[in-house]
Design a protein. Structure first.
Ligand SMILES: C[S@@+](CC[C@H](N)C(=O)[O-])C[C@H]1O[C@@H](n2cnc3c(N)ncnc32)[C@H](O)[C@@H]1O
Length: 339
């Protein structure tokens, strides 16, 4: 477990690691804030009033932005946080980090399109369910600066366009898969019809990522037009019943992205055993050491420490950028061809 998410780690270490390992290169603002917190004992003392699992940088910064903290240098942020600690800490206690990133569909799509259709999709850890619409988004796959492939839903171009850089021998989906049924489960599902929930999803997006913010708004509109049933509960307790509800004749795909890191090892192993037992295809997109059955089969290392591993039925097939911006397909031996 990373120090940034490990509740046993000292708060200053959690923030320093978050700055260096997670924010660097992705958010100059969060990198500066996290370094600033790590070096500021007064702010660390404030954050230490929260229960340890709630001291995560991503949660505290998102709660601050939810309450209007401006993008700024650390000095200004530190003062702002001290002045707004009551509301920020209440939001940290009542909310959790559950970023819902439809962009992740861009890295799931080639694997989904290669399966025999039609598909019945079940997302475990669905948050608000925005990754349940891979057939409703448009995709712009890039090779370097060139558009290598553009894909649209059967009904025509989508208001949500997902950009993704491709490397490696990616199987080329010629069209989007047919999805005949979709459903999800989440411990703490967010309601797309609730403005406060949507505002929280917005606050979870890092400051400089305006493209993701615009995409969130468009994806929320799209999903509201076709709401997928999402049940509240633990994925281990609910997944089997959801699989039983899937229509006959469809390939049932159980998938998850950025979820299993929240489970302890016993729960992750229980879920893995369920996936091997049920008549489903299992598509996993998680950090490289999160799913033991996938990690054991890895024969290459992702280029970046933050990269996820995409695995079908526990077999690694690609490395992916955590928000779906890039996909590096592995060769048939699971090795990583030159980029
Ligand atoms: C970081 S979010 C990812 C959401 C979505 N999969 C995506 O990629 O956009 C992780 C989600 O997993 C959910 N989650 C964590 N542990 C869970 C569990 N044991 N059962 C069900 N959902 C869980 C959280 O509530 C949260 O909504």
């Amino acid at each position: 477990m990373r120090a940034s998410t490990d509740p046993r780690a000292a708060t200053a270490d959690r923030y320093r690691e978050f700055a260096d390992m997670e924010a660097r290169g992705l958010s100059a603002c969060y990198e500066a804030w996290a370094h600033g917190v790590a070096d500021d004992p007064a702010t660390v003392a404030l954050i230490d009033r929260l229960p340890a699992p709630k001291r995560q940088p991503n949660l505290v910064f998102s709660a601050a932005r939810f309450h209007g903290a401006p993008v700024s240098e650390y000095g200004e942020f530190g003062s702002w946080l001290a002045g707004h600690w009551a509301v920020v800490s209440a939001t940290c206690l009542s909310h959790s980090t559950q970023t819902n990133e439809p962009g992740r569909c861009a890295v799931l799509l080639p694997a989904l399109a290669a399966l025999p259709g039609p598909l019945a999709l079940i997302e475990v850890g669905a948050s608000a369910g925005l990754c349940l619409y891979p057939d409703r988004y448009s995709y712009r796959y890039l090779a370097g600066d060139e558009v290598e492939r553009m894909l649209h839903p059967a009904a025509g171009p989508s208001p949500v366009v997902l950009d993704c850089s491709l490397t490696g021998p990616v199987p080329g989906p010629a069209e989007l898969p047919e999805v005949v049924w979709r459903a999800g489960v989440d411990l703490n599902l967010l309601d797309l019809f609730d403005q406060a929930d949507v505002a929280w999803l917005d606050a979870l997006i890092w400051p400089e990522h305006d493209d993701r913010r615009a995409r969130l708004r468009a994806a929320v509109q799209l999903a509201r037009a076709e709401p997928a049933p999402i049940v509240r509960g633990d994925l281990n307790d609910q997944v089997e019943a959801l699989v039983a509800r899937a229509p006959a004749g469809a390939t049932v795909v159980v998938f998850h992205t950025a979820v299993l890191a929240y489970l302890d090892e016993a729960a992750a192993r229980r879920f893995t055993a369920t996936m091997h037992r049920l008549p489903v295809r299992w598509l996993s997109n998680e950090g490289r050491s999160v799913v033991p059955a996938v990690t054991e089969r890895l024969r290459a290392r992702p280029a970046a420490s933050t990269d996820f591993v995409l695995a079908l039925d526990a077999e690694p097939i690609a490395f992916t950028e955590p928000h779906g911006r890039a996909l590096h397909w592995l060769d048939e031996r699971g090795s990583s061809p030159r980029r």
